[in-house]
Design a protein around this ligand. Structure first.
Ligand code: PGA
Length: 258
């Protein structure tokens, strides 16, 4: 099975959100066997929807899990507007998107800050989903692999693998080329494989006793999901636009199940 993480960004009303999750849960209930969907299928809604969605998911057999779109780099205190990893965990969150390119770009998030967010999430047992990706300029100047590996090294080599739980992924890596997000353009399968293979290789040398899944994001749709998810180096997908309505989203989940 492959990971599918729906990043709703700042979209949908609460009514739409409840309906979309109810329909997704209805679809998952019909699947046999019901093996650990919640480990692989996650929804990252806007913050205020987390708790109502958590209640809905819990009432229906916990077949999905919730991710947050961000987290504070602080543990607690006078940080108006921020939400801590601990508070998110209390709202039923299990994973946190960290370093999405929209946060890096619009909120000027630095790698130092992102590292603190990763550490705060790990400290309370939440799964960081660490987003990496190159700009079109970097891609065109053939610097993609060194750039991505540098991003990985900066955020992951300081992590202490002794604190990781054995047998479960300590975090996920999401490779999302900036030029593919929301544009309808995706890298070729060969280009995706090149980056994913380089990431897998580096992760293996950093964390030889842990398996770190690498998922792809950027213009994944119900049309291209099958091809992308069938690539051996792709452990799943981070989905933006195509996760906002039920028909394409269920099509993508079907591909991830098969
Ligand atoms: P997209 O977004 O699927 O709409 O391209 C992906 C993302 O930003 O995670």
């Amino acid at each position: 099975m492959k990971y599918i993480i729906a990043n709703w960004k700042m979209n949908l009303s609460l009514t739409d959100a409840l309906e979309l999750v109810s329909e997704t849960l209805g679809f998952l209930k019909k699947q046999h066997p019901k093996i650990s969907f919640s480990k692989y299928f996650m929804i990252a809604p806007p913050y205020p929807f987390l708790y109502p969605l958590h209640q809905l998911i819990k009432k229906n057999g916990s077949l999905l899990s919730l991710a947050s779109q961000d987290v504070s780099s602080h543990e607690k205190g006078a940080f108006t507007g921020e939400i801590s990893a601990q508070q998110l965990q209390e709202m039923g969150v299990q994973a946190i998107l960290i370093g999405h390119s929209e946060r890096r770009l619009y909120h000027h998030e630095t790698e130092d800050l992102l590292l603190q967010k990763i550490q705060k999430s790990l400290a309370v047992g939440l799964l960081p989903i660490i987003c990496l990706g190159e700009s079109l300029d970097i891609r065109k100047s053939h610097q993609t692999i060194p750039f991505i590996i540098h991003q990985l090294n900066t955020l992951c080599s300081p992590l202490n693998s002794h604190a990781f739980n054995p047998g479960t992924p300590p975090f996920l890596i999401a490779y999302e080329p900036l030029w593919a997000i929301g544009t309808g353009i995706t890298p070729s399968p060969k280009e995706i494989e090149e980056v994913h293979n380089a990431l897998h290789q580096r992760l293996k040398s950093l964390f030889p006793t842990h398996l770190v899944p690498v998922i792809y994001g950027g213009s994944v749709t119900s049309i291209n999901a099958r091809d992308i998810l069938s690539l051996p180096s792709v452990d799943g997908s981070l989905i933006g636009g195509a996760s906002l309505s039920i028909t394409p989203f269920l099509d993508i989940l079907r591909n991830a199940l098969s």
